[in-house]
Design a protein. Sequence first.
Length: 218
Amino acid sequence: MSQKNPVGRPKGDSQARDKLLDAATQLFSKLDYDKVSIRMVANKAEVDAALIRYYFGSKAQLFGEMLKTVSNPVFNNLQQGKQNTDVSDLGKVMRAYYTTMVENPYFPKLIYKLSGLPKEHESAQQLELMIGNMGRFKSKALFEQLLNNKALLEGIDPEMAQISFLSLMVFPFLMPERLLEANQIELSKQKFLKLADHNVQLLERGLFKSKEQRNAAQ
């Protein structure tokens, strides 16, 4: 005997929730929040618009659930490395971040869009949750610890090193298409992963002492 639908549930595809989240991710990453309507999301997902209220309650809650779905893999990956304070561990964080990002290409675009929304916006609560999650990864604390461990090259400002690290982490995923085209750059998934190793080398050779130097300083 087949299971009955929950009380009050509109008729629709059993995979409607996942379809709605996928559609919302694509639309919110390309368009401003206020330009995305419930009907637009439902049409793109090819499901009944009533299912948005059934599964999520409102557009803001759909937005929040979409953020959680997209961001959790990224934050979980960064969370694993946040206590690491060795140079090689930072390399692992960089590689893990790039690997996660190429599998979640909408995340950087969403973060960029979120940063421009006012605090009084209707999705403010969802944005605050996102900011809280971002706080799990504290690059400043990592670089202060590396300074205390005498891992940085002489004369390197830990704050500038932190900014360089974050720039290498974030900018490649936010480069405008026109900038890439003008410089005849085409970034595939394989090239992003290769870029991760390249950036790790930049960090290790430009900011940090060699393993032998670090061992001698201890």
